[in-house]
Design a protein around this ligand. Structure first.
Ligand code: SF4
Length: 378
């Protein structure tokens, strides 16, 4: 029989994937992109040309990139849609996942560049991937505010300047401004492939908001003048995978969370405690409402009710477990010794009943450090 040999473990394949990802033009660019409108501070680090302080390998983000590439390639080959097209102005640039032209616009292009099925109106599409954990939130609320700023920025750039005059898309650039009427956000669940489409009209107000957002970043003289839009590592995933997390929050001191670096004096502590108390009040009221609603539907059958679907997890399940009483009888019959373990509670009770002091020893126990905030009295 052959014995297994122990070899060095294979390196993680994500190391290779990360190297390829870093070599992409998107990863090297310094000019702000339309997707940089999520965290002002992070955009400011990029804008001021800071080098990343944290090595971030995000397999989830890379899976998203692979899914993008596969789906946009399929859409180009099968539907004749325009994919991965560049747009830019002096302040911002971006790469649009998909543009599906209407018949009138498509007629201005060579036949090979026209969609197999023209759109009713020029449509800009952005593909977003999500984990199953965020799927319900996605179907319920659709795109987030930063995602809407991103797609409206793409649409504004197409509406005003058209496709960028760049290699591989000069013919498209000659179309001039392309009036985009419809935005399609296509969400794909990374875990099971489920698809959800949200269509919204072009919203010039959100596009303007994004322009203003980028202007604010450009007006900063130092990244620290820019606002942190997230609450930091361990709270917001955006910070857990941010290449500027250490520049932004500093290093953890004595194993404490990095958020504690922001506290310098008693006034800071007082401010955070006030936030803590206010947030607790909101949470407590919301939790009571949620518990009331949960108890109210306890007898309801699974099914659709209005805008929501009710389901029940954790059904009754029969399983085989050892029957202790039957086993004791069996051991008795077989004359076998029944194993016993000391029952501390019973021993303590017996000694106390007999009036004998219970022997003790000192054991150091550590309980989790808990915060206790109460109203201060004069
Ligand atoms: S760590 Fe979080 S708050 Fe700081 S720049 Fe990155 S995303 Fe923004």
């Amino acid at each position: 029989m052959s014995t297994p040999t122990i070899t060095d473990p294979s390196p993680s394949i994500w190391v290779a994937a990360d190297a390829i990802d870093r070599a992409r033009p998107r990863s090297r660019q310094r000019q702000l992109g339309a997707s940089d409108t999520a965290c002002e501070r992070r955009s400011a680090y990029k804008y001021h040309g800071w080098k990343p302080t944290d090595l971030v390998i995000s397999p989830a983000a890379m899976l998203g990139t692979y899914i993008h590439e596969g789906l946009t390639t399929a859409a180009r080959k099968e539907f004749g849609w325009l994919v991965e097209k560049k747009v830019a102005d002096a302040a911002v640039r971006g790469s649009i996942d998909i543009v599906q032209l209407d018949r009138a616009t498509a007629r201005q292009l060579p036949r090979r560049m026209r969609p197999k099925v023209a759109a009713d109106e020029n449509t800009l599409e952005d593909i977003k991937t999500r984990t199953v954990y965020r799927w319900d939130e996605t179907v319920r609320y659709g795109a987030t505010a930063p995602e809407l700023r991103q797609v409206m920025t793409y649409a504004r750039l197409l509406n005003t300047g058209g496709f960028e005059d760049a290699d591989g898309q000069r013919v498209l650039a000659r179309l001039g401004p392309v009036r985009v009427e419809k935005i399609r956000l296509r969400f794909i669940c990374r875990d099971n492939g489920e698809e959800f489409i949200q269509e919204v009209p072009y919203d010039p107000q959100i596009a303007e908001e994004a322009v203003w957002w980028l202007q604010r970043v450009a007006e900063t003289e130092h990244p620290e003048q820019a606002r942190r839009d997230f609450l930091g590592p361990g709270i917001d995933a955006a910070c857990d995978y941010c290449p500027f997390a250490t520049a932004c929050w500093g290093s953890p001191a004595d194993g404490r969370p990095v958020q504690s670096n922001l506290v310098h004096d008693d006034e800071d502590v007082a401010g955070h405690l006030a936030d803590y108390v206010a947030a607790h009040r909101l949470w407590s009221d919301a939790d009571k409402k949620k518990t009331f609603a949960r108890k109210s539907v306890d007898a309801s059958e699974a099914g659709r009710y209005g805008a929501n679907t009710l389901g029940w997890a954790g059904k009754e399940k029969k399983e085989q477990q050892p029957d202790v009483r039957a086993m004791i009888e069996l051991f008795d019959t077989l004359g076998a010794v029944i194993p016993t373990v000391p029952d501390v509670d019973r021993m303590v009770k017996a000694l106390m009943t007999a009036g004998i002091a219970v022997p003790t020893r000192t054991v150091v126990k550590r309980t989790p450090r808990r915060i206790d905030v109460r109203a201060a009295r004069e």
